[in-house]
Design a protein around this ligand. Structure first.
Ligand code: ZN
Length: 376
């Protein structure tokens, strides 16, 4: 995967391909040999122009780009500690993450060379430039609100604060709960589904080992979560810390209907330069994937974004995804050190209000309602 195999360009004109016009003005990454192969013009200043002579891309071009950085094949330091990193107090982890994040905020060209930060829809542009032409998604853009529930505090905050807010906006959310690390309050969990929201499975014990362990141990961990999944009607999975390998997805395929662990643009976390550069659901290793298309609360806080900056960025990204025909998938954590704090909770409230006020453009949906649609 040498850097020279790909080139970053600015889309100046898509020629007679109106379905790709949403990308004009954006920066995208394409295979370096593609412009010459398909008679696309790239100027000396890296502007991309298509004209009447330009040929369509192949679906395999889009698929290869989508999988280029889709997996985190190497275990990060947190998976190699002699004790579970979960035993390091969350506040200490948050401070360390924040220091790393602030140090790195201005260096996005290194940790988000591809996919670009905060959002990168290169694959969706290539898909819209393939032949035969893909019909444009119709109807309002789905907005999927998700939470990763890492602790009893997160579950309490979900039920007491987040669900009422979402219900008042007419939304039902999807919460991925860690099934085998702490005593899940089954009464609270049942209340979540009883009120029409979805519960999915968030790994095993959140020690970041499942994707990297030997096959037998991985299957044991995945199977241990199944009774929880069955109790709560869970058909979706999200990997803790978004750590995912092909082997993990293959093993998920027989156990869940969909996975939602691959970010569109992962940025700095869990490893630099990770993501699938698409905001549209797709199939990979035999399972449906709902990409996590929006910048995450944890990454944004770690990088030092203020709540005001975060709302503005979420709105910007949601509007872009709407123009491009993708699905808005937002992840927030309900713990106080993430989005459960007053100012972040208010930022989340403002984003929901923005979406609710534009029912011509957006519609709140649960992950299960959209994962089979808007496919590549
Ligand atoms: Zn988590």
């Amino acid at each position: 995967m040498a850097a020279a195999e790909y080139v970053r360009v600015r889309v100046m004109s898509v020629g007679d391909r109106p379905e790709a016009a949403w990308a004009e003005g954006l920066r995208v990454t394409v295979p370096a040999d593609l412009p010459k192969r398909l008679s696309w013009t790239v100027t000396a200043s890296r502007d991309l122009l298509l004209n009447a002579m330009s040929m369509p891309a192949a679906p395999s071009d889009a698929a290869a780009l989508r999988e280029r950085a889709a997996f985190t094949d190497r275990a990060p330091a947190s998976s190699r500690l002699p004790i579970s990193y979960q035993r390091i107090p969350g506040r200490v982890r948050a401070v360390v993450g924040s220091l790393i994040g602030r140090w790195n905020r201005g260096r996005a060209d290194r940790w988000a060379a591809f996919p670009g930060w905060p959002i990168d829809l290169s694959v969706d542009l290539l898909s819209d430039l393939t032949s035969p032409r893909r019909p444009r998604a119709t109807g309002p853009t789905p907005v999927v609100l998700t939470h990763d529930i890492d602790s009893p505090e997160g579950l309490r905050n979900l039920v007491i604060r987040f669900l009422p807010l979402e219900e008042s906006a007419g939304a039902q959310s999807t919460s991925y709960i860690v099934p085998c690390a702490w005593d899940v309050d089954e009464g609270l969990a049942s209340e979540v589904t009883g009120r029409g929201h979805d519960i999915g499975v968030h790994g095993y014990d959140h020690s970041n080992l499942t994707p990297f362990t030997a096959a037998g141990e991985r299957l044991r961990r995945l199977d241990a979560a199944l009774p929880f999944a069955k109790r709560h009607g869970s058909v979706g999975y999200r990997a803790p810390s978004l750590l995912r390998t092909r082997a993990l997805l293959r093993d998920l395929a027989g156990r869940y209907h969909y996975d939602s662990s691959i970010p569109t643009s992962g940025g700095l976390f869990p490893v630099p330069n990770n993501g699938c550069a698409t905001a549209r659901p797709f199939t990979i290793e035999g399972i449906r994937e709902l990409p996590l298309s929006m910048p995450r609360d944890g990454s944004l806080r770690f990088l030092g974004y203020s709540p005001d900056e975060i709302v503005a960025l979420w709105i910007h990204c949601a509007d872009l995804i709407a123009r491009s025909g993708g699905v808005v998938v937002l992840l927030t954590h309900c713990e106080r050190r993430f989005s459960g704090d007053e100012r972040m909770f208010d930022a989340y409230r403002r984003f929901l209000e923005y979406v609710r006020g534009r029912s011509d453009r957006f519609a709140f949906m649960r992950a299960t309602d959209v994962v089979d649609e808007r496919a590549h």
